[in-house]
Design a binder for this molecule. Structure first.
Ligand SMILES: Cc1cc2nc3c(=O)[nH]c(=O)nc-3n(C[C@H](O)[C@H](O)[C@H](O)COP(=O)(O)OP(=O)(O)OC[C@H]3O[C@@H](n4cnc5c(N)ncnc54)[C@H](O)[C@@H]3O)c2cc1C
Length: 594
């Protein structure tokens, strides 16, 4: 392991981190620079001062996009990029497309043989991806129980009157999604890059007026934020962020103990290094130039603010491949952000159809009992089926109540999780107000930094789940508009707004809060659909470091004929869910006698 890490560090040091938005900012900064108060050149800008005169910049709306396309000569991942070889080179040993099983070593045995009957509870990304991994490796006796009428879970589409499918959940992929991309290509899905800059609203901005109805580029907000919070000279911000991104990869390897997977194995970790929030971890390493990016990549997507979230989650989500990703065509894109044109639900649906899995839709599992002989899964109207192995791919803590024989350890690990509620509301646009017709993302940046509502979902002894709200701020306003109509080539203008919400708010209150934000930009809308999600199951810092819960779950894998998987054991993204599953398959399955 030590050898691998040394190689990795020498490789990452030469990585030319792309940071498209930063490069864009660098080329634009001069026209927006603060011209008064403080000596920015000597790095002594004072934060929190009054808004500078921005007459050099347009005062309303529309930052120019002319210089944002094709101007950055961005090479693809360099040869030897050390991270996630099992996805970058999926045919390599242990890779996504390496279907051979290792020989069982003398002291180890496979959890189950290839002819085992395997019952999978939950047909979301976790359930479908484990079925696909197992099928490809010769395990063909698979049954998926899915309580809804489709596979995909939080990868869900909503189809409007014109038969246009909008994303209610999983929407984007970026760097670190190489395995997902490989699968998407295998089932002939089309990808499209987000190719206009991301726009931003901020009432705190000082460099450029981004207070409604004005707005700016996300990159301008990043420089503004870094200046206000960390006194980084805006003129030097792009370079500072780029340097920090390179250093980040090295620090990531040291803290996460390796380069192979996203979820780290406990043996390779120094827990004291992770015993901080993600923000503290960054500040300790002088990586504050990345904080604006991570505020948006985390809080802007409902993953919590870096100042609240344990370092482990920040590091898992902001994998170096995500931070440094670029588009293969060298165009200016949002760090390789792209969509599957047909949507993620279609990915899971096509993938599962390439397996032999018996998919039972509209089939809610109601009870599960395990014994030394096997596993009985009860579903529907008192039907049941017998299996050799159980895979729990349904969200906790609810799914724990299905087990009639859960152990104290299982209760302790799966009985309670923190969650954010993430709401997606689909609107028809009557007018886009001041926003340009081709915009693809618009974020209320101040809210991304401050939105920290979360709740604890806990399983009670009577089998019910109770929810307790924490850090409520009374603000259910809009976080981001996802304007995917252009990417998908739709005729009519429909967009979705994401908000982190208090689960006790009414649907009408949520919509009203969003509308209040959008009308400030002159946007007129009609609501079409709303979906509220239990999102981002996570532990607090104490549960991670002192109680070692993520790794006690890893140690539990294979006991009592059970595997546990999904976002509740890894992180709330399909890339993380698949990474964990692949690691599990590689670690727990082998062939021949041990
Ligand atoms: C608005 C939104 C945007 C997102 N955007 C992205 C993104 O851009 N990129 C990204 O990578 N990720 C994104 N995600 C996160 C991603 O969708 C999740 O991480 C992923 O869906 C988790 O997969 P899972 O299988 O663990 O859980 P789920 O998707 O929750 O699937 C669990 C499944 O179990 C089923 N189930 C539950 N109980 C039972 C039962 N008793 N019997 C049978 N079936 C049961 C459920 O019906 C469900 O289908 C987004 C999520 C949301 C909500």
């Amino acid at each position: 392991m030590r050898f691998v890490v040394v190689i990795a560090i020498s490789c990452v040091a030469s990585v030319h981190c792309d940071m498209d938005e930063m490069a864009l900012l660098q080329s634009k900064t001069n026209s927006y620079l603060i011209k008064e108060e403080g000596d920015c050149k000597s790095g002594k800008c004072t934060p929190g001062r009054k808004r500078p005169d921005v007459t050099a910049a347009p005062t309303t709306a529309a930052p120019t996009t002319a210089d944002t396309r094709g101007s950055i000569n961005a090479p693809d991942f360099p040869q030897g990029w050390p991270f996630m070889q099992q996805c970058l080179h999926p045919e390599s040993s242990g890779g996504l497309f390496d279907f051979s099983l290792p020989l069982c070593e003398s002291n180890g045995a496979t959890d189950f043989p290839q002819n085992a009957r395997i019952g999978i509870v939950g047909g979301g990304p976790a359930g479908v991806s484990i079925a696909k991994l197992l099928h490809d490796r010769g395990f063909h006796n698979l049954t998926i129980f899915e309580k809804s009428g489709y596979v995909g879970g939080k990868s869900k589409r909503w189809v409007d009157e014109k038969n246009q499918a909008h994303e209610l959940g999983t929407c984007y992929l970026s760097g670190k999604y190489e395995c997902i991309t490989a699968w998407a290509e295998q089932v002939n899905l089309n990808q499209a890059y987000l190719d206009v800059p991301r726009y931003a609203s901020s009432e705190q901005s000082t460099i450029r007026n981004m207070t409604p109805p004005n707005y700016g580029l996300a990159s301008e907000y990043y420089a503004d934020f870094a200046y206000r919070m960390y006194q980084i000279n805006p003129e030097e911000y792009a370079v500072a962020a780029q340097r920090a991104a390179q250093a980040y990869a090295e620090h990531w390897v040291h803290s996460m103990g390796g380069v192979k997977h996203i979820f780290p194995m406990e043996a390779s970790l120094d827990m004291t290094v992770l015993n901080v929030t993600f923000e503290q971890w960054l500040l300790e390493r002088n990586l504050q130039a990345l904080m604006p990016l991570f505020f948006v990549s985390m809080a802007g997507q409902g993953y919590g603010a870096p100042s609240d979230m344990p370092a482990l989650y920040g590091l898992m989500w902001n994998h170096p491949s995500l931070v440094s990703a670029r588009a293969p065509d060298g165009q200016t894109h949002l760090r390789g952000h792209r969509m599957l044109k047909e949507g993620f639900q279609e990915l899971w649906s096509r993938l599962v159809s390439t397996t032999s899995a018996d998919v039972k839709l509209n089939t809610e599992v109601t009870r599960i009992s395990r014994s030394q002989q096997g596993v009985n899964i009860h579903y529907g109207n008192d039907e049941s089926e017998f299996f050799d192995w159980l895979i729990m791919a349904a969200p906790m803590p609810q799914a724990l109540s299905l087990l009639s024989d859960s152990t104290p350890e299982e209760k302790n690990l799966f009985g309670g999780f923190n969650y954010h509620e993430l709401t997606a509301t689909v609107f028809e646009e009557k007018s886009l107000g001041v926003l340009p017709a081709d915009f693809e993302l618009f974020t209320w940046m101040d809210r991304a930094g401050e939105q920290r509502d979360y709740y604890r979902a806990s399983l009670l002894d009577d089998g019910n789940v109770t929810r307790t709200m924490y850090d409520k701020d009374g603000d259910d306003g809009a976080l981001t508009i996802r304007h995917t109509s252009n990417i998908k080539g739709f005729e009519n203008e429909v967009f979705a707004v994401l908000s982190v919400s208090d689960f006790r708010s009414t649907n009408a209150d949520l919509t009203a809060a969003i509308v209040a934000d959008t009308v400030k930009y002159g946007i007129e809308t009609t609501e079409l659909h709303q979906e509220r999600w239990e999102y981002m199951p996570h532990y607090n810092l104490e549960e991670i470091i002192d109680e070692r819960k993520p790794w006690r779950i890893w140690d539990l894998q294979g006991q009592r004929r059970t595997w546990w998987l999904g976002s509740y054991v890894s992180f709330e993204s399909v890339a993380d869910v698949l990474d964990y599953n692949l690691q599990l398959v590689n670690a727990r399955l082998c062939t021949g006698s041990g």
